[in-house]
Design a protein around this ligand. Structure first.
Ligand SMILES: [Zn+2]
Length: 433
């Protein structure tokens, strides 16, 4: 055991008692085939709500094969294709006995966990084994409302510990009309799923014991798309996004980045570089979903899944209590923005200890520069007045002492009014605005 692991063990001992009485639970929401640029463009108030208080990046990259079977196996097993063996949607070659879903690892330590999967895509129910779900619910492709209803029904069970809810309407829209942020059918499919996510989150927040529970919500896609397909290594197919929300994760936007690919075909044909471990260590990737979820579920046992040799996991945990974000060098800033969605005044707070020069520019989702005056500019704060601008998505680009940051803002006249003298102190941000 090296020093870092010793330190991790010591930290976990110190923090167990504080959390032992609050059951840790996990909700994973999967949206198949959702491009990062399209998600940013779509009007998704429910996903935005998770971002605003969560740990997220719109700049995550797939390190493996951009096909659903392999990708969801990466996400749920916490290992890449060379280990779980799934390379295509037939699931032939799967090696779940050696490299099972994270749920199986969780049950090996906590046999009484109660875990449910609700999935619209049949192979997730039929072709995966050794996944330890107590219940696997099959909903028709594009089920949407049925899927949300089934998730809501299961959330009413006080004993529920983990649930995976999977939507495929976005991928279906991409295959039939194009994976493209300028395709209204594709965008509207994303917005439809966002509505279902709202239904599910409302049921989660309405649990009678919600205040006494520590829920980690993870939202991810498996791959992007190009034209009407995916499976190759274009940026449109490989670039994705990654969201974690809950009291156990920091509230940060991660810069993200492309660690490269493990897939030799992509290295040869598309010149995507081999995975760079130094980059991989600093950015959230698909396999981190399983490991973060598992870490959360077994936290009270004092086990960090990254340290269990026989599990041989590739992913890493993003729980703040163990890993800390100081180790993750991709975190370039702690920029808070409030309110978001907003109707007029928006304030950004940032660290600018050197008192460097602060510049900003505001763009529409289509990339058009818009003139938004600043009411207040100080060393650590900028208040912008969006009054008179149309509802929609805007990007605020900040340049602080030569380093650039981008924040995504939803402007909506129905949103709360901002303040020019806000008392919101982001250093005390609790995730409950
Ligand atoms: Zn697909």
């Amino acid at each position: 055991m090296n020093f870092k692991k010793l330190l991790v063990a010591a930290l976990s001992c110190a923090t167990i008692s504080a959390y032992a009485s609050q059951p840790r639970k996990v909700l994973i929401i999967g949206i198949d085939g959702t491009r990062s640029d399209a998600l940013q463009q779509a009007n998704t108030p429910n996903i935005d709500g998770l971002l605003v208080n969560g740990l997220y990046t719109f700049n995550a990259w797939h390190c493996g094969v951009t096909i659903s079977g392999p990708s969801w196996s990466d996400i749920m097993c916490g290992v890449w294709e060379d280990k779980h063996g799934v390379l295509e949607n037939s699931y032939s070659g799967s090696n779940y006995n050696e490299y099972p879903y994270f749920t199986t690892h969780a049950k090996s330590l906590k046999p009484n966990l109660y875990m449910v999967q609700v999935a619209e895509w049949a192979p997730l129910n039929d072709d995966v084994y050794n996944d330890s779900w107590d219940k696997k619910i099959q909903v028709p492709d594009g089920g949407g409302v049925l899927t949300a209803d089934s998730a809501v029904a299961n959330l009413a069970n006080p004993n529920l510990d983990a649930m995976f809810v999977y939507f495929d309407a976005v991928d279906l829209a991409g295959h039939s009309t194009g994976f493209d942020p300028n395709n209204p059918t594709y965008i509207s499919a994303i917005e439809g799923v966002d509505g279902h996510i709202g239904t599910i989150l409302n049921a989660l927040y309405a649990r009678p014991n919600y205040a006494q529970e520590d829920w980690l919500v993870l939202v991810i896609t498996d791959h992007g798309g190009s034209g009407t397909s995916h499976g190759l290594a274009s940026a449109q197919e490989r670039k994705i996004w990654w969201i974690a929300n809950g009291p156990s994760v920091e509230h940060k936007e991660l810069v993200g980045g492309d660690p490269g690919t493990y897939t030799q075909l992509y290295q040869l044909i598309y010149q995507v570089p081999e995975v760079n471990p130094a980059v991989l260590d600093t950015v959230p990737v698909q396999t981190d979903i399983a490991v973060t979820a598992l870490h959360h579920l077994i936290y009270d046992t004092g086990t960090n899944p990254e340290d269990v040799a026989e599990w041989d996991l590739d992913g890493k945990s993003w729980l703040k209590t163990i890993t800390g974000l100081d180790d993750k060098s991709s975190v370039k800033s702690d920029i808070a923005m409030y309110p978001n969605p907003a109707s007029d005044l928006v304030t950004l707070w940032f660290d600018n200890k050197q008192n460097g020069k602060v510049n900003y520019a505001v763009y529409t989702a289509e990339g058009k520069l818009v003139n938004v005056p600043a009411l207040i500019t100080s060393q650590n704060k900028l208040t912008l007045n969006f009054e008179g601008n149309a509802d929609g998505i805007y990007f605020v680009k900040l340049n602080i002492a030569g380093t650039e940051y981008t924040k995504r803002l939803v402007l909506n006249q129905a949103a709360p009014k901002g303040s020019a003298t806000p008392d919101h102190d982001h250093t005390k941000c609790t995730g409950k605005h």
